[in-house]
Design a protein around this ligand. Structure first.
Ligand SMILES: Cc1ncc(COP(=O)(O)O)c(C=O)c1O
Length: 392
């Protein structure tokens, strides 16, 4: 067992945590990287959202809602080691990245580097700016990770930024973000990181990583559902940020209602647009409180144990694995090469296991409430399903 795993959430604690998720009453849920399951705490928070709205009407903004948004920001900040004023909220990772992409002046530095294993919405931000941006792709050879040299090969003084994932949705590989930061900074560029599959899976410290911008959200591992994401901006960069899209929540004095001047907020809020989706902050705070209470370090220890077992079982069954074999390089995602992934996932659902598929692969993503029995049960069921599909 690795050093991290020795402080991991125990089997007994995992069994306790899962009681908060009614979905386990009818299926063994191993798909947290697509959508984190709904907890009783998040359900109660959503009920409180309705109660507050119904009780106060418009004054609910002062009495509850603005405080809830501030609470969401401070929890995001706590999860990534940032200060609250370095973090603001957005609606999706795409909108967060679009806000960030709009702060760069591409006339002097037109080049942007993304990885070919990134979730498409990352490069789309810059493909959508093809009149001013030249997008370069760092490519993977093993289809699991992108070597640092693949980024280095594209680096020169025309690069405005590298924008890539902390942990790849495709393979679960945790990228060496600090090395990427050093590389791009040495050439005078910036680093933008999508941490959707990192925050809530393994500890994240944006200061130690030396990233310039970092985005993520509550949909998956943070257990808060859709509609709430965040943008981190390194403190020193905030005063120079001039977003191309704006709104009254970006103003330093939004309730002055001054239509003649836009004085941007002196915090990361200068990247905000309009009214936040407040209901999502209620659920998001509930989800993030569970993660903070369980502790990212101990969650990561548990995820490593569970994914180690998945890898071990997959190897002995002879399935291909399109994820790192080393636990220290792997997040919460294990990709298995099996016959007929879509049909396999459907058959597994009939047997009481929820996992997901991507072209050619079955994707398994356990979280801190999963047990070794979940993994063993899944792998036994997978063997049965494969046998029956291959014998047709
Ligand atoms: C790494 C990553 N980034 C971004 C997204 C999508 O972000 P959004 O729909 O919030 O724009 C996903 C998938 O949902 C993802 O896996």
């Amino acid at each position: 067992m690795s050093e991290v795993a020795s402080g991991a959430i125990s089997e007994q604690e995992a069994t306790c945590y899962r009681k908060a998720f009614p979905i386990f009453d009818h299926t063994t849920y191993l798909n947290s990287c697509s959508l984190g399951p709904l907890s009783v705490q998040a359900m109660e928070a959503l009920t409180r959202f309705q109660d507050d709205w119904s009780r106060y009407g418009a004054p609910v903004w002062w009495k509850e809602w603005l405080g809830k948004i501030a609470g969401a920001k401070s929890r995001f900040a706590a999860l990534i080691g940032a200060q609250p004023h370095e973090v603001t909220v957005s609606h999706s990772v795409s909108s967060a990245l679009a806000s960030v992409a709009g702060t760069f002046d591409y006339r002097r530095r037109p080049a942007v580097i993304c990885a070919d294993l990134d979730f498409p919405t990352i490069p789309y931000q810059w493909l959508g700016r093809s009149r001013e941006v030249e997008l370069r792709y760092a490519r993977s050879e093993d289809r699991i990770r992108v070597p640092l040299d693949a980024y280095r090969a594209h680096m020169d003084g025309s690069v405005a930024l590298i924008a890539t994932s902390h942990t790849f949705y495709t393979t679960g590989h945790i990228q060496p973000v600090r090395e990427l930061a050093d590389l791009v900074h040495a050439h005078g560029g910036r680093l933008v990181v999508d941490g959707y599959h990192a925050v809530g899976v393994h500890p994240v410290d944006v200061k130690a990583l030396d990233v310039d911008f970092y985005v993520g959200g509550t949909l998956k591992w943070l257990l808060g559902g859709p509609g709430l994401t965040f943008i981190y901006v390194r403190e020193e960069l905030i005063p120079e940020l001039q977003p191309q899209s704006s709104g009254w929540f970006a103003s330093g004095d939004q309730f002055a209602f001054d239509a003649m001047h836009l004085d941007l907020a002196p915090s990361a809020d200068r990247l905000q647009l309009g009214t936040p989706a407040v209901a999502t902050a209620y659920a998001g705070v509930a989800g993030m409180d569970m993660i903070l209470e369980a502790g990212p370090e101990r969650i990561y220890g548990r995820i490593q144990m569970l994914t180690d077992r998945l890898v071990e079982r997959a190897q002995s069954a002879g399935y291909g694995i399109l994820s790192p074999l080393e636990a220290g390089e792997r997040g919460g995602i294990v990709m298995l090469q099996v016959a007929e992934p879509q049909r396999t996932v459907e058959n597994l659902a009939d047997r009481g296991f929820t996992v997901d598929y991507r072209p050619g692969l079955v994707r398994v993503s356990p979280h801190f409430y999963n047990t070794m029995d979940d993994v063993d049960g899944l792998m036994d069921a997978l063997a049965e399903v494969q046998r029956s599909l291959l014998s047709r």
